[in-house]
Write a protein that binds this ligand. Structure first.
Ligand SMILES: Cc1cc2nc3c(=O)[nH]c(=O)nc-3n(C[C@H](O)[C@H](O)[C@H](O)COP(=O)(O)OP(=O)(O)OC[C@H]3O[C@@H](n4cnc5c(N)ncnc54)[C@H](O)[C@@H]3O)c2cc1C
Length: 430
């Protein structure tokens, strides 16, 4: 894309669909779509990327609407030793230090610091939970995480539930334990200058058309026809990287419909609801060290973990997941702010209310371009990701984090999935 077109596109003006057919159309300019387009470009194939939002990055998004910047979506470069973003960041001279929460971890029970004995028991619980999930024998039958952990003692069960809500973003009964076992582990790095900013930078030089939601894909002919409000563009192949939530919501009409095998796989994958609520804090830090985590273990029905003053900035980030996050997303930013301020005032003291500023609440669950945080295989459906990654009719590839096997749910996995799809497409005869 020429610099004029990029400027127009980034300014949010829809560009007219050009008459010239590209080799490939990519749908979505998140990590997967950008990686796919880069790979195609490197292979000498032309690609047009249609992006529904007015910005790049998808579920990686460095939000600076409150002044201080934080990553509202992906923040950690998980399994960094083999994550493509470690290498990309190095190439772009972007620092990616090892994860550090800096200020430590404080546990509260109904607004009061938790006694040391209870804290130690909870810490021990995480090891026990991991052991059970790693060692569960699921060869004969996939179970939910809740089923695998069903005989935990009553005081440890909430620890397990909260761990799942804040990592997977979903209730334990709706998580396939077999899929969970498959997820890759490793070092976590962070991107202090913003993971979203890094992904956006990586997209430089691609032909990306912003503000162009795709509404229909016709793959009945020899070429794939992709329709946006600006018209219809054809190509030899199409890589679809929109989130599973968008596909399941029927936002894109496929002609003919996706095969039953693909639709069944989609039915076996839900979207979690990991959600961040950012609150500006003005004038006082109450002696709390930057990067401290506050976790209220007593508020099981409204579980939020807080990172205070990350990166030495005047901001607090609340993390929540599952059905509570869904309810909050539906209720909107004012309700989210009230919950966050109430919980923090109980832990820090009533004076916190005076320092509490505006909120930023990118509620992924109600966002029409994501419909959730990331894909979660339902119990009994651990094979769905691999089926979803199978090419459709030799013309259509679904890619993105949901198709990333052990790398699922992450920006790194999305990138690998995008590259895999692009490599297959690049091998096609024109
Ligand atoms: C709160 C939160 C925290 C997270 N934390 C981490 C983390 O720490 N580390 C990590 O690795 N991952 C994390 N993730 C997950 C990570 O962000 C995603 O797995 C990854 O970014 C997905 O990339 P993708 O390209 O598959 O999808 P997306 O980034 O969603 O890209 C798809 C693109 O398609 C676009 N689109 C949707 N519908 C249409 C349409 N009809 N037409 C055209 N375009 C459309 C979307 O706007 C989007 O830009 C987190 C996610 C959330 C929400």
């Amino acid at each position: 894309m020429g610099s004029g077109a990029l400027a127009a596109s980034l300014a949010g003006r829809p560009l007219p669909v050009r008459a010239a057919e590209p080799d490939v159309i990519v749908i979505g300019a998140g990590a997967a779509g950008i990686a796919a387009a880069k790979q195609l470009q490197a292979a000498g194939r032309s690609a047009v990327v249609f992006e529904g939002r007015g910005r790049l990055g998808g579920r990686t998004f460095t939000d600076s609407s409150l002044g201080p910047a934080y990553d509202a979506g992906a923040m950690f470069i998980h399994w960094a030793e083999r994550n493509p973003w470690t290498e990309i960041a190095r190439e772009l001279a972007v620092a990616t230090p090892n994860e550090s929460w800096g200020g430590g971890f404080q546990l509260f029970q109904s607004g009061k610091p938790m006694p040391a004995g209870d804290r130690a028991r909870r810490r021990g619980a995480f090891g026990e939970i991991d052991r059970r999930l790693d060692n569960a024998d699921l060869d004969a039958r996939d179970l939910s995480v809740a089923e695998v952990l069903s005989d935990l003692s009553p005081d440890l069960a909430p620890v397990a539930a909260s761990g799942m809500l804040l990592s997977i973003g979903e209730e334990s009964a709706r998580i396939s334990a077999r899929d969970y076992q498959r997820l890759w582990a490793g070092e976590d790095y962070v991107v202090p200058s913003g993971y979203g900013n890094l992904v956006t930078r990586y997209a430089e030089g691609l032909d990306i058309r912003l503000n162009q939601p795709v509404t229909a894909i016709d793959w009945s002919g020899s070429r794939v026809a992709v329709t946006t409000a600006a018209g219809t563009l054809r190509a030899r192949a199409c890589i679809v990287t929109v989130p599973v939530g968008v596909l399941k919501a029927g936002a894109i009409r496929f002609t003919p419909d996706l095969p039953a095998r693909t639709r069944d796989a989609l039915a076996g994958i839900g979207m979690g609801a990991l959600t961040k609520i950012a609150l500006k804090v003005e004038g006082d830090r109450f002696g709390i060290m930057p990067g401290t985590t506050y976790f209220e273990a007593g508020a099981a029905e409204r579980l939020i973990s807080f990172e205070l003053f990350p990166g030495d900035q005047d901001i607090v980030i609340g993390y929540c997941g599952g059905d509570f996050a869904r309810a909050l997303s539906t209720a909107g930013p004012d309700a989210a702010r009230e919950q966050v301020v109430d919980l923090l005032a109980a832990m820090i003291g009533g004076e916190f209310r005076k320092a509490a500023g505006p909120v930023s609440f990118p509620a992924w669950w109600v966002d029409p371009f994501s419909h959730g945080s990331y894909s979660v295989c339902l119990p009994g459906h651990a094979g769905a990701r691999d089926i979803l990654a199978e090419p459709v009719g030799g013309k259509l590839w679904l890619a993105g984090e949901a198709t990333a096997g052990g790398g699922a749910m992450t920006a790194g996995g999305a990138t690998l999935a995008g590259r895999t799809a692009a490599a297959a497409v690049a091998r096609l005869k024109a």
